[in-house]
Design a protein around this ligand. Structure first.
Ligand code: IVH
Length: 680
């Protein structure tokens, strides 16, 4: 039986109130934002169709959030309102908003486009900063919009927030309330979780909750240990200061006062401008150093804003245009164990398929048993899946709720699920491994996929389906066997047309002259990634010299330490590995060797470690990294005493701070270019 609209509305109100309390008051949301938005939109729809069902306490009628006992309540001079959410994540959302604004302003078709200030929607928590005569006197959370909490003690720990506005005394407003978002950068969040893991403490779920939790602590040491950031996007109470005529002008003015204002914003003309911004930011989203959940469009002219005014809860001149959620809830159907190229066992979640981060996801990694225990997930649970950018989807945690009375705890198998060899746990390590080596078909498949990969031998068309068939049917047993595949053998396979078979034979032929570095990388020697493979090729010049190198000789290669040297030496000491290499050569594979002579290009950054942070003016991160590596340098993800230089661009944050505190020299892009020329 379906519920009546009245029943459904009551149910939604109860659910939304519960989740809002979890989110705003306890900083412990049980649902991803997208799920909450869906419920909220459903209630709005019911209430719009049945206005008699609207109650004064409906979550649609007010800003939710309550004052935590302990922090001092602060009554906002100007209420802190919320903003309408556009859940149509396509360009339709921007089109609908512009149409609404034009209609409400009484504009006709031929009238000029409305100008909007388009901004990022930062995913943190709203804060009101009150400056009197330029001095920060109070910081408060939004609370229920009317009354928030005094968090001045914690906000003072945020280095980016000026305690005093910039400018001559005479130019500082007697009263200026700056409103914006406190958030945590992803790198700061990852580093924090790294520290938690090292201490054996529980990890945090996402930057937003962590930032919100830190800001609302009574003890400011809690906030200080969790580096936070801030971006301004508006104002509250203002006295004795002439407001700029536009939102863009207002943000410029705030930036002049020394308040952080994000540079990724634009004045967009009409629908076309909004759509362009929405797409541009969508493309840049995964490269931003912090989380956003959408963009915000605001009618730029204050005069027009005043004309449009407010609807109970929200301004009519602004809208939050969301992006597809990067987190979704689904059911964990089963936990399988996957065997990787090096035999590592990974628990993989089989999921009820769910659309997240732009694709349908039915598998997600659970990393390892320890990570799983920490998250406490069991088969049958509702779990939160996160997929951002090209990163492998992962299970973030479980949604609290009922669970069948008995669900057995998950254990790693004692025997490899594929080849039945013994599973060993490395001493002190987190990982379980199948000890089967090349005997294990799973390891062979993964090794073959790695060998054929784009960055290795680059054999187009040799993907997981084909590799699976080749190994399961016993057609190819090891890497050299690939080069014995003829069209006849391939074309006999399921779903393989003669044309595709020919393409694969051609791709195999084409792959026969890799660089020595690619060839070494493709062998899948443990500890030998692309960079090390390049160093080895450069140092030894020929395969023969490398294969016969002693551990001492290997240690002479830049960046090769005892563990890597031992791994390479062990690999080539095993007869079956030497045999694979010999058979590959016999099958016609000819790595391009340099014998050392071809390689006398200057390498000014040899032995130097650089860290990149922020956005450089002309170089992308990959380009900068490639240039540094070509010059012999190494790029690392974190700053330490061993870092030679930090290269900082726009939006550089905690890494830059760390460099300064450790006294590591900091350069900009021009400095990097000079370094690449000369090495000093
Ligand atoms: S303007 C009256 N601009 O999103 C308009 N809000 O649901 C007030 N937010 O509570 C909000 N980035 O915490 C505005 N560029 C931005 C924003 C932004 C993030 C947050 C803010 C607000 C919520 C709206």
């Amino acid at each position: 039986m379906t519920a009546s609209p009245a029943q459904r509305a009551a149910e939604l109100r109860a659910q939304l109130n519960h989740h809002a309390h979890q989110y705003y008051v306890l900083d412990a949301p049980e649902l991803p934002d997208a799920e909450y938005d869906k419920l909220f939109a459903e209630l709005q729809t019911i209430e719009a169709a049945h206005p008699e069902l609207q109650t004064p306490d409906s979550p649609t009628q007010r800003v939710i959030g309550a004052v935590l006992p302990g922090l001092t309540p602060v009554r906002h001079v100007v209420p802190m309102l919320s903003i309408t959410t556009e859940t149509d994540t396509t360009e339709g959302g921007a089109i609908a908003f512009d149409a609404r604004v034009r209609r409400e302003l009484g504009l006709k078709e031929g009238d000029p486009p409305v100008d909007y200030n388009a901004e990022l929607k930062f995913d943190g928590l709203a804060i009101n900063l009150r400056y009197e005569d330029g001095v920060l006197v109070q910081a408060a959370t939004r609370g229920d919009g009317e009354t928030g909490e005094d968090v001045t003690h914690n906000v003072r720990t945020i280095g980016q927030i000026p305690l005093r506005l910039k400018g001559a005394d005479a130019d500082l407003p007697p009263v200026l309330e700056v409103r914006g978002e406190v958030y945590m950068r992803r790198d700061a969040f990852e580093a924090l979780n790294e520290r938690q893991r090292a201490k054996g403490d529980k990890t945090f779920v996402n930057p937003r909750n962590t930032a919100a939790g830190a800001i609302r602590q009574l003890d400011s040491r809690q906030a200080r240990d969790k580096p936070l950031s801030f971006y301004a996007y508006g104002i509250g109470d203002v006295q004795g200061w002439a407001l700029p005529a536009t939102q863009s002008g207002l943000l410029d003015a705030l930036a002049k006062f020394g308040v952080p204002v994000n540079k990724l914003r634009t004045v967009a003309a009409g629908t076309a401008g909004l759509v362009e911004f929405h797409q541009r930011v969508a493309a840049a989203r995964d490269d931003l150093p912090f989380d956003i959940d959408g963009v915000v469009y605001k009618v730029n002219s204050r005069e027009l804003q005043l004309k449009l005014g407010f609807k109970t809860r929200e301004p009519r001149w602004a809208v939050a245009h969301k992006y597809p959620a990067q987190e979704q809830v689904t059911t964990l159907l089963a936990i399988d164990v996957q065997v990787g190229r090096t035999g590592k066992l990974t628990p993989v979640a089989r999921l009820d398929p769910v659309f997240v981060g732009g694709t349908t996801v039915s598998n997600a990694t659970l990393h390892n048993v320890f990570e799983m225990r920490r998250k406490g997930v069991r088969v049958g649970d509702k779990v939160i899946i996160r997929r951002a950018g090209d990163v492998i989807p992962e299970v973030v945690g479980r949604v609290p709720g009922e669970r069948a009375s008995y669900v057995p705890n998950f254990h790693m198998p004692r025997a490899c699920p594929v080849c039945k060899s013994e599973v060993v746990r490395e001493r002190g390590g987190m990982d379980h491994r199948c000890s089967g080596g090349v005997f294990c078909p799973a390891q062979r498949k993964q090794a073959m996929l790695h060998f054929a990969g784009r960055r290795a031998m680059d054999i187009e068309g040799l993907g997981d389906k084909l590799v699976e068939q080749l190994i399961d049917a016993g057609i190819v047993q090891s890497l050299p066997g690939l080069y014995k595949l003829g069209i006849a053998k391939l074309a006999a396979l399921d779903r393989m047309a003669e044309k595709s078979a020919q393409n694969i034979v051609d791709a195999l032929e084409k792959s026969k002259t890799p660089t020595l570095a690619r060839f070494l990388f493709s062998l899948g020697i443990r500890q030998v990634g692309e960079t090390t493979a390049k160093e080895l090729a450069r140092h030894f010049g020929t395969l023969d010299k490398l294969m016969n190198a002693s551990v001492e000789q290997l240690l002479e290669v830049p960046d090769v330490g005892p563990i890597v040297a031992a791994s390479i030496h062990t690999f080539f000491a095993q007869p079956h590995n030497r045999e694979v290499v010999e058979q590959l050569l016999a099958a016609g594979v000819q790595p391009k060797e340099s014998a050392g002579e071809a390689d006398d290009r200057p390498r000014p950054l040899l032995g130097k470690t650089l860290v990149l942070t922020g956005t450089l003016p002309t170089l992308s991160r990959d380009e900068a990294q490639a240039l540094i590596e070509e010059a012999g340098g190494k790029v690392s993800g974190s700053v330490s005493k061993k870092t030679t230089y930090v290269i900082a661009g726009e939006e550089a944050g905690s890494k830059l701070e760390k460099a300064r505190s450790l006294g590591v020299p900091v350069l900009d892009e021009a400095g990097l270019r000079a370094l690449l020329e000369t090495g000093a």
